[in-house]
Design a protein around this ligand. Sequence first.
Ligand SMILES: [Zn+2]
Length: 259
Amino acid sequence: MDPHGLTQHQELPLKAEPSSQLVLLDLQAQDATLLQLAHRRSSLPELAQLKELGTKAAELDSQRVAALTKVQDLTRAQKKADHEVEQVKARRQRDEERMASGAISSPKDLANMQHELTALERRIGTLEDEEIEIMEQLEEAQTALDAITADLDALKTDIAHAEAARDAALTAIEEQSVLATAARGTLVAEVPDDLLALYDKLRAQYGSGAAALQARRCEGCRLELNSADLRDIAAQPIDDVVRCPECSRILVRTAESGL
Ligand SMILES: [Zn+2]
């Protein structure tokens, strides 16, 4: 026999009007609704979805930062290469102007100058090839950055939708919770304090505090009571608060109890 069961309470049974005991069943229904709502609130599919989307967004954002850094580095490299080409071209122009001015008359100096111009021409070619390569890399990096940014924008839209769906679901749950809480408050006012205290204590302990005795079965633990227990319960005054011998919940007798 359960130590919290019927036997222990037979000596000093709590008394309550049958109508008050019946209110416990309505109270239990509201408490069950509130429990379900709390469960729905914490297990919304949108919450798992948002967590997953958040992880993806964080990954994409670090990819975006890396791609952006690459674009910035290559932009700097391209400007540097461009500047180098311009410098060498300026020097070539100066040399060409000096040669054209006739200021250099020594054949040796002219030969040196011609030699330098050839070298500058080669250098310009090399630098321009390097610059083209950098520009190609930059274009590639920019394309990659654009793609990541587009993915991230799409993801942000998905997140906004999931957040809106979550908020709508939470609002609906909140509205139902407010109704159930109000209904609970009305019912609580109809239950004597000592009965309510026992109910709340059992509810904290077992998840629910009261159950109907329905066709010889406790609706709390779903177990059928044996004949001896049923006889004991039937023998108790109708204003005795009885307990399920199996689950210890307050067992409320109804017209359909099968006693
Ligand atoms: Zn039970």
